[in-house]
Design a protein around this ligand. Structure first.
Ligand code: TYM
Length: 336
């Protein structure tokens, strides 16, 4: 069985409210990897149901993430887009890896602690095992590279530990590659527009905390205008952003959207007031996001049949890649 050298796998949960963090931390980087890598991009619906999802909304949100992938520039002909629940290998391999991963490893996962909150006893078992399913997603294709935002770094480390332990336990040499996280760009951790110390997230109760891929130009401009900053002008250097979380966040967003470094943004805007910077940022955000937003809307309004057919075709191709890996895993484990 040949070993892939540059196979990318990543996923986004269909839990609604896709936001600028998902775009800049992940989806935009997915697009950039298409020229150099063989890419598999998944809508991770199995992960979504680790917390309650309304079934109708889950279906619609699944199509919406697929539409966001395509509208952002992922080519589903050359690469693969599909939803996770269509390929049984994810759940099957997750079971094997559940038996490889250790409870102590999962107990250290900070995202579980955040998501489960105070009442941990009431969290689903799936939420606890979430990172193992994520490892299975990646390893089912023996993917080598995984583009993600910074919040997924710990999960990727766990995936590497699981791969290594499987290889050791089953005398499998380097059957599973240790997947490399690709955490790229100037916006690997986009923060809330209301509080620069908190991550921008789908679940923040304030709609003003995030720019979503459904926001129109007015909403984007309004949210940026209201974004939390401080009374000082922008600094001349990146060091000057220290201790100014709101400012740092907006400069990072500008840099990522414009494909610049933060240092270059500050060359242009250092010494200027937010009254000048915010409208420039709003204009840039609208220019970059509105073509994506409108194409997503068009697909969701007029082209759901295309999305469904594309996901089915993608799943078929994904199954074909995962099948021989799964067959090898069965042999290693001793299943007849
Ligand atoms: P999800 O849906 O929570 O997030 C999708 C991607 O968006 C990134 N992200 C951010 N990046 C920068 N700033 C933010 N504020 C921000 N918020 C989210 C996430 O890092 C992620 O890359 N567990 C994954 C989904 C997944 C997966 C996988 C990823 C399931 N299986 C296998 C890679 C490989 C997640 O958190 O999705």
């Amino acid at each position: 069985m040949t070993k892939p050298q540059n196979r990318v796998f990543s996923g986004v949960q269909p839990t609604g409210n896709l936001h600028l963090g998902n775009y800049l931390g992940a989806i935009r980087n997915f697009v950039g990897l298409q020229d150099t890598h063989e890419c598999i991009y998944c809508v991770v619906d199995l992960h979504a149901i680790t917390v309650w999802q309304d079934p109708k909304e889950l279906a619609s949100n699944t199509r919406e993430v697929a539409a966001a992938y395509i509208a952002s520039g992922i080519d589903p002909e050359t690469h693969i887009i599909f939803n996770q629940s269509k390929v049984a290998a994810h759940a099957e391999l997750a079971w094997i890896l559940n038996c490889v991963a250790r409870i102590g490893w999962l107990n250290r996962m900070t995202q579980f602690k955040d998501k489960a909150g105070k009442d941990r006893e009431k969290a689903s078992v799936g939420l606890y095992a979430y990172p193992v399913l994520m490892a299975a997603d990646i390893l089912a294709y023996r993917a080598t590279h995984v583009p993600v935002g910074e919040d997924q770094k710990q999960h990727l480390e766990l995936a590497r530990d699981v791969a290594q332990k499987f290889n050791n336990d089953f005398n499998a040499a380097d059957f599973f590659p240790l997947p490399e996280p690709l955490i790229m760009g100037e916006a690997t951790r986009v923060m809330s527009l209301r509080d620069g110390t908190k991550k921008m997230s789908k679940s923040d109760p304030s709609d003003y905390s995030r720019i979503t891929l459904k926001d129109d130009a007015d909403a984007i401009a309004k949210k940026i205008r209201k974004a939390q900053t401080d009374p000082d002008p922008l600094p001349e250097t990146v060091e000057g952003l220290a201790g100014r979380a709101g400012a740092d966040n907006l400069v990072g967003i500008y840099a990522a959207l414009a494909d610049m470094t933060k240092a270059d943004v500050l060359k242009d805007f250092g010494g200027k007031q937010f009254g000048e910077f915010k409208p420039a940022l709003a204009e840039l955000a609208v220019a970059k996001l509105s073509p994506i937003t409108s194409e997503m809307k068009r697909m969701m309004d007029d082209d759901q049949a295309y999305i469904d057919a594309m996901l089915e075709k993608g799943a078929e191709r994904a199954r074909a890649i995962a099948a021989p890996v799964w067959a090898e895993v069965r042999k290693y484990v001793g299943f007849i």
